[in-house]
Write a protein that binds this ligand. Structure first.
Ligand SMILES: NC(=O)C1=CN([C@@H]2O[C@H](COP(=O)(O)OP(=O)(O)OC[C@H]3O[C@@H](n4cnc5c(N)ncnc54)[C@H](OP(=O)(O)O)[C@@H]3O)[C@@H](O)[C@H]2O)C=CC1
Ligand SMILES: CC(C)=CCC[C@@H](C)[C@H]1CC[C@H]2C3=C(CC[C@]12C)[C@@]1(C)CCC(=O)C[C@@H]1CC3
Length: 345
């Protein structure tokens, strides 16, 4: 009989470790003394002591090689929401995540921490201080959200104390910070095209924007508190900055910080949402001929024009979560990290 010696609880793998969140997570884990392996479709940086494995998470054999001496896996890989490719989302987020679970179980990994999304409950209708017991969106607005729902279900259902395999899902919202390839770059690109003049709706809608270091902190706390007798097993946790802000105030602060004008003129929400739906339909019909990616998608308009902020009291209670960087400091650090996106820069 062969006895398998348990790998140290500080040996972990980060799937998606080359991405925005993944890289911040890797850097923090290294600072905290973890031994880290990165698994990603691309390698984009180097960190002393971190081993990179390039591969597709749909490939179980490739995962098994990485998981050999690992007790903890963070799964924060996903195709970008902007690609709007339904087949790719299903293949990676749903089928690929099933493969990750199988590989974890075969390699006797003990813990899996999934990066889910608070948007799994968002249908384009106001959410104020939403708790984790809200039902999943019955009519998700886009393919990305549809597959993030299935992904979270698959991971949470796999949690089994009998199999010595514990899972937890972290649901961040509106992650921002240095090196984010989405939020600030999209905003600046829109401003440079002269399209950031308008506020959708009355501009009072409150939203969570979460600094990346707080999201990382939530992931590591979850991993460290995930034990057979803890309440975290098989549960989802909102991780936010716990400081909801008006969507348009946040946008304006970032824009003004980078030297652009804040939006001023109001447009009715339903009108813009209707136009975004029409645009989406046209681009969908034209897709066999030409692949256009509109700036104004129904999901983006819904995010810009409704309330969507979430309670993280469950994370506070079960894992002692508190944001480590406050919102104003986070915005200042983020603005300072994009000198190349400054007006005239
Ligand atoms: N950013 C946000 O505001 C939010 C993000 N999330 C979730 O957080 C996670 C991380 O997001 P974020 O850091 O912003 O995203 P990124 O796109 O920056 O990072 C994801 C990484 O996963 C890689 N990847 C994609 N497909 C595969 C694959 N098949 N096999 C291996 N690696 C793959 C990507 O490579 P490539 O770039 O080449 O595709 C990328 O390096 C995602 O699960 C996302 O759904 C949740 C809520 C909010
Ligand atoms: C809170 C949250 C979940 C944010 C997610 C990040 C992105 C979805 C946003 C970052 C920049 C935003 C943005 C718009 C929509 C939402 C974002 C892409 C607009 C396209 C909304 C319509 C406009 O008037 C222009 C905006 C540019 C920036």
């Amino acid at each position: 009989m062969t006895t398998r010696i348990r790998p140290s609880s500080k040996r972990c793998a980060v799937i998606g470790g080359s991405g925005f969140l993944g890289r911040h997570l890797v850097e923090r884990l290294v600072e905290k003394g973890y031994s880290v392996a990165v698994f990603d479709i691309a390698q984009r940086y180097e960190v002393p002591g971190v081993v990179f494995h390039q591969g597709d998470l749909c490939d179980k054999q490739a995962l098994l090689k990485v998981f050999k001496d690992v007790s903890l896996v963070f799964h924060c890989a996903s195709p970008s929401p902007a690609c709007d490719d339904r087949n790719l989302f299903w293949k990676v987020n749903v089928e690929g995540t099933r493969t990750v679970i199988q590989a974890c179980q075969e390699a006797r990994v003990q813990k899996l921490v999934l990066t889910s999304s608070a948007s799994v409950v968002f249908e384009g209708i106001d959410i104020k201080n939403g708790k984790e017991d809200l039902p999943y969106a019955k009519r998700p607005i886009d393919y990305y959200t549809e597959t993030k729902i299935q992904q979270e279900k698959v991971v949470l259902e796999a949690c089994s104390k009998e199999k010595d395999f514990l899972t937890v899902a972290i649901r961040p919202h509106g992650i921002f910070g240095p090196r984010d390839p989405q939020l600030v770059p999209i905003l600046v690109d829109t401003a440079r095209k002269g399209k950031m003049k308008f506020i959708i709706g009355d501009g009072t809608n409150l939203v969570d924007f979460t600094y990346v270091e707080n999201v990382v902190h939530g992931h590591i706390l979850a991993a460290e508190h995930l034990k057979p007798d803890s309440p975290l097993c098989g549960k989802a946790y909102h991780i936010t900055n716990d400081e909801p802000i008006r969507f348009w105030d946040f946008m304006s602060q970032v824009l003004v910080g980078l030297g652009y004008e804040a939006p001023r003129y109001h447009l009715p929400y339903t009108l813009v949402y209707g136009i975004a739906m029409l645009l989406w339909l046209i681009t969908f019909l034209l897709r066999p001929l030409v692949n256009i990616k509109p700036t104004f998608t129904p999901m983006r308009v819904a995010l810009a024009g409704t309330h969507h902020y979430y309670s993280c009291s469950r994370a506070k209670q079960d894992m002692g979560y508190q944001p480590v960087v406050r919102l104003q400091e986070a915005i200042a650090r983020t603005v300072a990290s994009y000198p190349h996106l400054k007006r005239g820069g």
